[in-house]
Design a protein around this ligand. Structure first.
Ligand SMILES: Cc1cc2nc3c(=O)[nH]c(=O)nc-3n(C[C@H](O)[C@H](O)[C@H](O)COP(=O)(O)O)c2cc1C
Length: 398
């Protein structure tokens, strides 16, 4: 009997010591924000969970500030201007991560220079059936077909109002989408402009998600002209003190003639957006994809999108003679990828998929490498490097 008790006691003690040890190991690893710890230990475990579940956990992690705050200031050469905003660095979190505006403060504290939430639709809607997110691990990519799952304008606005009261410092973009059943698309975007005018620093009109039927048709010249006229009209009716800039987010799958059409529409006075986001996910599936889920329906993001979106940035930067600010997105995993987007013509960049694969340490890694690359190439700032290789990159595409 006594022997049995001693054995039980020993087993219990071993279990406690092991749990505390493993907990401490992971706790310290997360606290120290080391990329090797994430890549070798944490992310392989995280990747055992279904992707949408992990997405939710990651949002909650930022919401409850479980990831370390960035204490050291950003390097001087990362300070930059986007639209009229002064950013401490040019790296933002792309739309679709914090869809409902829950984790803005935590994302900002982790080192992002600006935060974009959404896409938000006027009415709450559940999005497509699950499963709707797939990891393509061998390809460093994701396919998603969320289909604008959204808490809706009212719930998101309530959160953002609380945030703006407590932290006015963050540069916050609100990315607008449309409800699945809305027939007159521009009505939903106009509702978004009216609703979020008091909290948004900039708006994104997202017409490039592949997961809402017909949405991408809004990129066609005639439709685009009507849509932009309506949203700009709505913005210009707002109180003069609060008229946020409006940016347009485009797909990477546009032909040269689509690009020409978009450039000519946005050069019209009544359709003149303040900037472009290039790009959203692609519906293209290159031959080189290896992962088993490569044929899933949806938008592909991550490494395979990288050079495609960089080329489109260069084309549009050249076509607009550098007059339109561009946020470069797609397949940024390191400082070189961010640098490539900037010399192609981007004023700032955003990430999503690399955060999913590498966790929060990727934020510091990209910024540090970008700062070093700017210095090594003789650029004192992001603005100095912007568009410096646009013509070369744009020609490569022909
Ligand atoms: C799971 C997922 C959901 C997304 N949802 C949205 C969205 O709601 N609105 C939007 O404009 N872009 C959305 N995107 C596109 C991203 O904002 C970004 O443009 C794209 O993923 C390319 O960047 P990346 O290669 O760094 O991921 C989503 C991307 C992913 C991976």
């Amino acid at each position: 009997m006594r022997q049995k008790l001693t054995l039980a006691y020993k087993l219990k003690s071993t279990a406690i010591v092991t749990t505390v040890g493993v907990g401490a190991f992971f706790g310290i690893g997360v606290y120290r924000n080391e990329d090797k710890f994430y890549d070798k230990f944490l992310m392989p475990i995280v990747q055992l969970c279904p992707p949408e579940y992990c997405h939710r956990l990651a949002v909650l992690g930022f919401k409850y500030k479980l990831f370390p705050r960035q204490h050291q200031p950003d390097s001087e050469n990362l300070k930059t201007k986007l639209l009229d905003f002064s950013l401490s660095n040019p790296l933002g979190i792309a739309a679709g991560f914090d869809k409902h505006g829950e984790a803005v403060d935590g994302l900002s504290q982790s080192g992002f220079g600006f935060v974009e939430i959404g896409s938000v639709t006027p009415e709450p809607q559940p999005g497509n059936d699950k499963p709707r997110v797939f990891r393509l691990i061998e390809d460093k990519a994701i396919i998603n077909r969320y289909g604008f799952n959204s808490d809706g304008h009212d719930a998101v606005l309530e959160r953002l109002l609380k945030l703006k009261k407590s932290n006015a410092e963050i540069v916050l973009g609100v990315n607008l989408g449309k409800n699945k059943t809305t027939e007159i698309a521009h009505d939903d975007y106009v509702k978004g402009i009216d609703k979020f005018a008091s909290v948004a620093d900039y708006f994104v009109v997202n017409i490039s998600s592949p997961n809402t039927a017909g949405l991408r048709n809004l990129q066609q010249a005639e439709n685009l002209q009507l849509l932009l006229r309506k949203v700009i009209e709505a913005r210009n009716k707002l109180d003069q003190a609060k008229r946020p800039p409006i940016l347009l987010k485009v797909a990477p799958d546009l032909t040269d003639s689509d690009v020409q059409d978009i450039v000519s529409v946005i050069s019209k006075k009544e359709c003149r957006v303040d900037g472009l986001l290039i790009s959203n996910t692609t519906i293209e599936r290159s031959e080189s994809l290896k992962s088993k889920d490569k044929s899933e329906t949806g938008g592909l993001s991550g490494a395979p999108l990288g050079s495609r979106s960089t080329k489109m940035i260069a084309k549009i930067y050249t076509a607009t003679k550098g007059q339109v600010p561009i946020i470069g997105i797609g397949g940024i995993f390191n400082g070189q990828d961010a640098f490539d987007k900037i010399v192609a013509g981007a004023s700032a960049v955003q990430i999503y998929t690399s955060l999913i694969y590498h966790g929060p340490p990727v934020i510091q890694k990209i910024k540090k490498e970008l700062s070093n690359l700017l210095a090594a190439n003789g650029y004192e700032s992001v603005e100095m490097a912007r568009g410096k290789q646009a013509k070369i990159i744009a020609k490569e595409t022909k």
